[in-house]
Design a protein around this ligand. Structure first.
Ligand code: ATP
Length: 233
Protein backbone atom coordinates (compact mmCIF):
# COMPACT_ATOMS: atom_id res chain seq x y z
CA UNK A 1 0.00 0.00 0.00
CA UNK A 2 2.78 2.43 0.97
CA UNK A 3 6.42 2.13 -0.05
CA UNK A 4 9.34 4.45 0.63
CA UNK A 5 12.39 3.82 -1.51
CA UNK A 6 15.65 5.49 -0.55
CA UNK A 7 13.74 8.53 0.69
CA UNK A 8 15.93 11.56 1.46
CA UNK A 9 14.20 14.62 2.91
CA UNK A 10 14.88 17.54 5.22
CA UNK A 11 14.46 21.24 5.78
CA UNK A 12 16.00 23.66 3.30
CA UNK A 13 19.39 22.29 2.38
CA UNK A 14 19.64 20.32 5.61
CA UNK A 15 19.18 16.58 5.10
CA UNK A 16 17.39 14.75 7.92
CA UNK A 17 16.31 11.48 6.27
CA UNK A 18 18.98 9.33 4.63
CA UNK A 19 17.75 6.74 2.11
CA UNK A 20 14.83 5.50 4.18
CA UNK A 21 13.21 2.27 2.92
CA UNK A 22 9.89 1.39 4.51
CA UNK A 23 6.75 -0.54 3.58
CA UNK A 24 3.22 -0.72 4.96
CA UNK A 25 1.03 -3.48 3.52
CA UNK A 26 -2.77 -3.44 3.29
CA UNK A 27 -4.32 -4.00 6.72
CA UNK A 28 -0.98 -3.82 8.55
CA UNK A 29 -0.14 -1.94 11.73
CA UNK A 30 3.47 -0.83 11.38
CA UNK A 31 5.36 1.04 14.11
CA UNK A 32 8.22 3.49 13.55
CA UNK A 33 10.19 3.89 16.76
CA UNK A 34 13.38 5.68 17.76
CA UNK A 35 14.79 8.35 20.03
CA UNK A 36 13.91 12.03 20.06
CA UNK A 37 15.09 13.71 16.86
CA UNK A 38 15.62 10.45 14.94
CA UNK A 39 13.47 11.69 12.05
CA UNK A 40 10.14 9.94 12.67
CA UNK A 41 7.98 13.07 12.38
CA UNK A 42 9.94 14.16 9.30
CA UNK A 43 9.17 10.78 7.70
CA UNK A 44 5.43 11.26 8.26
CA UNK A 45 5.62 14.82 6.88
CA UNK A 46 7.22 13.44 3.73
CA UNK A 47 4.58 10.73 3.31
CA UNK A 48 1.58 13.05 3.77
CA UNK A 49 2.91 15.58 1.26
CA UNK A 50 3.86 18.38 3.68
CA UNK A 51 7.53 18.01 2.85
CA UNK A 52 8.82 17.33 -0.65
CA UNK A 53 11.45 14.57 -0.95
CA UNK A 54 14.98 15.70 -1.82
CA UNK A 55 15.41 12.36 -3.58
CA UNK A 56 13.97 8.87 -3.52
CA UNK A 57 10.39 7.79 -4.06
CA UNK A 58 7.14 7.41 -2.15
CA UNK A 59 4.40 5.30 -3.69
CA UNK A 60 0.86 4.94 -2.38
CA UNK A 61 -1.28 2.26 -4.05
CA UNK A 62 1.49 1.85 -6.59
CA UNK A 63 1.46 5.49 -7.75
CA UNK A 64 4.22 8.01 -7.07
CA UNK A 65 2.96 10.71 -4.67
CA UNK A 66 5.46 13.32 -5.91
CA UNK A 67 3.75 16.68 -6.41
CA UNK A 68 0.43 15.57 -4.86
CA UNK A 69 -0.75 18.03 -2.20
CA UNK A 70 -1.76 16.81 1.29
CA UNK A 71 -5.47 17.53 0.60
CA UNK A 72 -5.32 15.46 -2.60
CA UNK A 73 -3.71 12.60 -0.67
CA UNK A 74 -6.49 12.82 1.94
CA UNK A 75 -9.05 12.37 -0.84
CA UNK A 76 -7.02 9.34 -1.98
CA UNK A 77 -7.28 7.85 1.53
CA UNK A 78 -3.99 8.85 3.16
CA UNK A 79 -4.68 10.79 6.38
CA UNK A 80 -2.17 12.19 8.89
CA UNK A 81 -2.78 12.97 12.58
CA UNK A 82 0.01 15.38 13.59
CA UNK A 83 1.61 15.30 17.02
CA UNK A 84 0.11 18.65 18.07
CA UNK A 85 -3.39 17.29 17.18
CA UNK A 86 -4.34 20.58 15.44
CA UNK A 87 -7.91 20.61 16.77
CA UNK A 88 -10.29 23.53 16.44
CA UNK A 89 -10.24 24.48 20.12
CA UNK A 90 -13.37 26.63 20.22
CA UNK A 91 -15.48 24.15 18.25
CA UNK A 92 -17.37 21.28 19.87
CA UNK A 93 -16.44 17.62 19.56
CA UNK A 94 -19.09 17.02 16.93
CA UNK A 95 -18.13 20.13 14.96
CA UNK A 96 -14.48 19.00 14.96
CA UNK A 97 -15.52 15.55 13.74
CA UNK A 98 -17.70 16.99 10.99
CA UNK A 99 -14.76 19.13 9.82
CA UNK A 100 -12.91 15.87 9.18
CA UNK A 101 -15.64 14.71 6.82
CA UNK A 102 -15.04 17.34 4.17
CA UNK A 103 -14.31 14.66 1.58
CA UNK A 104 -17.41 12.58 2.45
CA UNK A 105 -21.05 12.48 1.35
CA UNK A 106 -23.68 13.30 4.02
CA UNK A 107 -24.57 9.59 4.29
CA UNK A 108 -20.95 8.50 4.68
CA UNK A 109 -20.39 11.24 7.28
CA UNK A 110 -23.37 10.02 9.35
CA UNK A 111 -22.18 6.41 9.29
CA UNK A 112 -18.62 7.36 10.17
CA UNK A 113 -19.78 9.57 13.03
CA UNK A 114 -21.57 6.57 14.56
CA UNK A 115 -18.45 4.44 14.09
CA UNK A 116 -16.24 7.04 15.78
CA UNK A 117 -18.66 7.34 18.69
CA UNK A 118 -18.66 3.56 19.03
CA UNK A 119 -14.85 3.45 19.08
CA UNK A 120 -14.54 6.36 21.55
CA UNK A 121 -17.75 6.49 23.65
CA UNK A 122 -16.40 9.46 25.64
CA UNK A 123 -16.67 11.57 22.47
CA UNK A 124 -20.37 10.68 22.17
CA UNK A 125 -20.98 11.60 25.81
CA UNK A 126 -19.27 14.95 25.31
CA UNK A 127 -20.31 15.72 21.76
CA UNK A 128 -21.38 19.28 22.65
CA UNK A 129 -18.29 20.15 24.72
CA UNK A 130 -15.68 22.47 23.18
CA UNK A 131 -12.40 20.75 22.34
CA UNK A 132 -10.10 23.08 24.28
CA UNK A 133 -11.65 21.97 27.60
CA UNK A 134 -10.61 18.36 26.95
CA UNK A 135 -7.76 16.47 28.64
CA UNK A 136 -4.76 15.37 26.54
CA UNK A 137 -6.12 11.85 26.08
CA UNK A 138 -9.56 13.03 25.02
CA UNK A 139 -8.01 15.51 22.57
CA UNK A 140 -5.96 12.68 21.06
CA UNK A 141 -9.10 10.54 20.66
CA UNK A 142 -10.82 13.48 18.98
CA UNK A 143 -7.89 14.03 16.60
CA UNK A 144 -7.94 10.35 15.60
CA UNK A 145 -11.74 10.42 15.35
CA UNK A 146 -11.60 13.45 13.06
CA UNK A 147 -9.06 11.65 10.83
CA UNK A 148 -11.37 8.61 10.64
CA UNK A 149 -14.17 10.88 9.40
CA UNK A 150 -12.18 11.26 6.16
CA UNK A 151 -12.46 7.48 5.59
CA UNK A 152 -8.72 6.71 5.49
CA UNK A 153 -7.27 3.55 4.04
CA UNK A 154 -3.88 4.47 5.54
CA UNK A 155 -3.66 6.40 8.80
CA UNK A 156 -0.41 8.10 9.89
CA UNK A 157 -0.33 8.63 13.65
CA UNK A 158 2.35 10.80 15.25
CA UNK A 159 2.92 9.96 18.93
CA UNK A 160 -0.68 9.40 20.02
CA UNK A 161 0.58 8.59 23.54
CA UNK A 162 2.21 12.01 24.12
CA UNK A 163 1.25 13.30 27.55
CA UNK A 164 -0.78 10.21 28.46
CA UNK A 165 -0.37 7.95 31.50
CA UNK A 166 0.76 4.35 30.77
CA UNK A 167 -2.82 3.15 31.40
CA UNK A 168 -4.36 5.69 29.02
CA UNK A 169 -1.65 4.86 26.49
CA UNK A 170 -2.87 1.25 26.47
CA UNK A 171 -6.46 2.43 25.96
CA UNK A 172 -5.29 4.56 23.05
CA UNK A 173 -3.19 1.78 21.50
CA UNK A 174 -6.07 -0.71 21.90
CA UNK A 175 -8.18 1.71 19.85
CA UNK A 176 -5.40 1.86 17.23
CA UNK A 177 -5.47 -1.95 17.05
CA UNK A 178 -9.25 -1.86 16.65
CA UNK A 179 -8.87 0.61 13.78
CA UNK A 180 -6.39 -1.80 12.12
CA UNK A 181 -8.91 -4.63 12.63
CA UNK A 182 -11.48 -2.70 10.59
CA UNK A 183 -9.08 -2.93 7.63
CA UNK A 184 -7.39 0.49 7.88
CA UNK A 185 -3.59 0.30 7.54
CA UNK A 186 -1.72 2.23 10.22
CA UNK A 187 1.79 3.70 10.40
CA UNK A 188 2.31 4.52 14.06
CA UNK A 189 5.17 6.77 15.19
CA UNK A 190 6.01 6.28 18.85
CA UNK A 191 8.78 7.14 21.25
CA UNK A 192 7.17 4.69 23.60
CA UNK A 193 8.84 1.71 21.93
CA UNK A 194 7.76 -0.96 24.40
CA UNK A 195 4.05 -0.42 23.95
CA UNK A 196 4.28 0.29 20.22
CA UNK A 197 6.21 -2.96 19.55
CA UNK A 198 3.68 -4.90 21.63
CA UNK A 199 0.83 -4.02 19.26
CA UNK A 200 2.64 -3.71 15.92
CA UNK A 201 2.58 -6.37 13.21
CA UNK A 202 5.96 -5.08 12.06
CA UNK A 203 8.24 -2.23 13.06
CA UNK A 204 11.18 -0.11 11.98
CA UNK A 205 13.78 1.41 14.28
CA UNK A 206 15.17 4.76 13.23
CA UNK A 207 18.40 6.45 14.32
CA UNK A 208 19.80 9.75 13.03
CA UNK A 209 17.54 9.77 9.98
CA UNK A 210 18.19 6.17 8.90
CA UNK A 211 16.33 2.91 9.41
CA UNK A 212 18.73 0.72 11.39
CA UNK A 213 16.54 -2.30 12.17
CA UNK A 214 13.26 -3.78 11.03
CA UNK A 215 11.23 -6.89 11.76
CA UNK A 216 8.14 -8.26 13.47
CA UNK A 217 6.97 -6.27 16.52
CA UNK A 218 7.52 -9.15 18.95
CA UNK A 219 10.83 -10.09 17.28
CA UNK A 220 12.21 -6.54 17.71
CA UNK A 221 10.97 -6.35 21.30
CA UNK A 222 13.21 -9.40 21.96
CA UNK A 223 16.21 -8.00 20.08
CA UNK A 224 19.15 -7.34 22.40
CA UNK A 225 20.05 -4.00 20.71
CA UNK A 226 16.47 -2.74 20.92
CA UNK A 227 16.11 -3.86 24.53
CA UNK A 228 19.29 -2.02 25.53
CA UNK A 229 18.77 1.16 23.53
CA UNK A 230 15.00 1.68 23.72
CA UNK A 231 13.45 -0.51 26.37
CA UNK A 232 15.91 0.29 29.18
CA UNK A 233 16.58 -3.44 29.82
P1 ATP B 1 10.51 13.80 18.13
O1 ATP B 1 10.01 12.63 18.86
O2 ATP B 1 11.33 14.73 18.97
O3 ATP B 1 9.47 14.52 17.31
P2 ATP B 1 11.45 12.66 15.68
O4 ATP B 1 12.11 11.34 15.57
O5 ATP B 1 10.04 12.75 15.24
O6 ATP B 1 11.60 13.19 17.13
P3 ATP B 1 11.91 14.85 13.88
O7 ATP B 1 10.90 15.72 14.55
O8 ATP B 1 11.60 14.29 12.56
O9 ATP B 1 12.34 13.66 14.86
O10 ATP B 1 13.28 15.69 13.82
C1 ATP B 1 14.45 15.21 13.14
C2 ATP B 1 15.44 16.34 13.07
O11 ATP B 1 14.89 17.37 12.23
C3 ATP B 1 15.77 17.00 14.40
O12 ATP B 1 17.17 17.24 14.41
C4 ATP B 1 15.00 18.29 14.36
O13 ATP B 1 15.66 19.29 15.09
C5 ATP B 1 14.96 18.62 12.88
N1 ATP B 1 13.76 19.40 12.51
C6 ATP B 1 12.49 19.03 12.74
N2 ATP B 1 11.62 19.94 12.24
C7 ATP B 1 12.38 20.92 11.68
C8 ATP B 1 12.10 22.14 10.97
N3 ATP B 1 10.84 22.53 10.75
N4 ATP B 1 13.16 22.88 10.55
C9 ATP B 1 14.43 22.46 10.76
N5 ATP B 1 14.76 21.33 11.39
C10 ATP B 1 13.76 20.56 11.85
Amino acid sequence: MLTLEKLCAGYGRMRILHEVDLHVGAGELVALVGANGAGKTTTLRGICGQLAPQSGRITFDGADTAGRRPDVLVRDGLVHVPEDRALFGTLTVEENLRMGAWTASADAARTRLEQVYELFPILAERRDQVAQTFSGGQQQMLAIGRALMAGPRLLLLDEPSTGLSPKLTWTMLDAVREIRDTGVSVLLVEQNAKQALAIADRAYVMESGSVVLSGGGAELADDERVRKAYLGL
